[in-house]
Design a protein around this ligand. Structure first.
Ligand code: PLP
Length: 341
């Protein structure tokens, strides 16, 4: 398979259309067989449920070339399961989980020329999503839906090493108690855009959102969960129904316990405790872990002992172990790696 002539290490995180994408339509109470298509456009009613009332959910995962040249994806069963949970919460039909994995595999296979080579730092980002496609004007769920999967190559998240970022405690809330914070839906991102644009204008990289009810507990950022490390090397991560259950975070918790022998606590974390932690990182599929060096709470600045030059030592071990598992350098737990070819 001849790879595309792309400068893999310099492509950044943007949309580069690839050859084939998967489409399946839900109509009259059933999903059709689904096809791969070259058509990168979507044609729907001007009154489609997604356009009027934001009835849409999505997933994100990556295909990698491993050290021995295999193309693999990481824990797609968890993405399938999470998309099903997200769909149910927005009154959308579930796309069967086995068919989800099959569709992802088909899209990666069809776009093999776009899977970046091992060592480039780049990966093939895969975006499964679904939306209400039939017309809705009175507020109710759509009758028809479209499930799609496309793939786009993305460059290395960290060019020239992972530099710690600076974040701010946001004055906005991300998710309400009993709301939709725990599902992967575009609506949670739409409302975060104003907050992130403002944060960037103020010179911050990300927002830390606190719990909306009391504004005393750490939730997450717009698109990544928090991991903290205590001064005695315990890994601590927030537990809340209104944070998105990150697959990367859940995997890192397993790695911390089973590969690194660290103690892990998943519990409510008060913002007041944050100043006592030794390390902080943001976890998600995009970066695996992005180290946080500094948190600004309305002018009160917390600088972690790990500082602004490099990842903290425990964060770094977690990062290297999980990326080692993904890239085939370290043996993976049973069922984590799905080999495509
Ligand atoms: C997708 C997402 C994450 C990260 O989840 P992963 O499964 O690790 O990619 C974290 N927070 C939010 C709000 C997200 O949408």
């Amino acid at each position: 398979m001849e790879k595309k002539n792309i400068d893999w290490s310099n492509i950044g995180f943007g949309y580069i259309p690839t050859e084939k994408r998967y489409v399946s339509n839900f109509k009259d109470g059933a999903w059709d067989d689904g096809v791969l298509t070259e058509d990168a456009t979507v044609q729907i009613s001007e009154c489609a449920g997604v356009l009027q009332y934001a009835q849409t959910v999505f997933e994100g995962l990556k295909a990698y070339t491993t050290e021995n040249g295999q193309i693999v994806i990481f824990r797609p069963d968890l993405n399938a399961e999470r998309l099903a949970q997200s769909a149910k919460r927005l009154e959308m039909p579930v796309f069967p989980e086995d068919r989800f994995i099959d569709a992802v595999v088909k899209v990666v296979e069809a776009n093999e020329a776009y899977v970046p080579p091992y060592g480039s730092g780049a990966t093939l980002y895969i975006r499964p999503y679904m939306f209400g496609s039939s017309s809705v004007i009175g507020v109710k769920p759509a009758q028809e839906y479209q499930f799609r999967v496309f793939a786009t190559p993305v460059g290395p998240y960290f060019k020239g090493g992972a530099k710690p970022i600076t974040i701010k405690v946001s004055d906005y809330d991300r998710a309400a108690p009993h709301g939709t914070g725990g599902i992967k839906a575009g609506l949670n991102y739409a409302m975060s855009l104003h907050a992130i644009v403002q944060a960037h204008e103020e010179g911050f990289d990300e927002n830390m959102y606190l719990d909306a009810a009391t504004r005393t507990k750490v939730e997450e950022t717009g698109g990544a969960n928090f991991l903290f490390v205590t001064k005695d090397n315990k890994v601590v991560t927030p537990k809340s129904d209104s944070i998105l259950p990150s697959i990367t975070r859940r995997s890192l918790v397993h790695v911390a316990k089973e590969y690194l022998g660290l103690e892990v606590e998943e519990r409510e974390i008060y913002f007041d405790e944050v100043k006592d932690f030794a390390e902080c990182g943001l976890c998600g599929t995009a970066a695996v872990i992005s180290p946080v060096g500094r948190i600004n709470d309305h002018g009160n600045v917390i600088t972690f002992p790990s500082g602004m030059d490099e990842m903290g030592p425990v964060t770094k071990k977690l990062y290297e172990t999980l990326t080692g598992i993904q890239m085939g350098r370290i043996e993976a737990p049973e069922g984590w790696i799905k080999v495509i070819k």
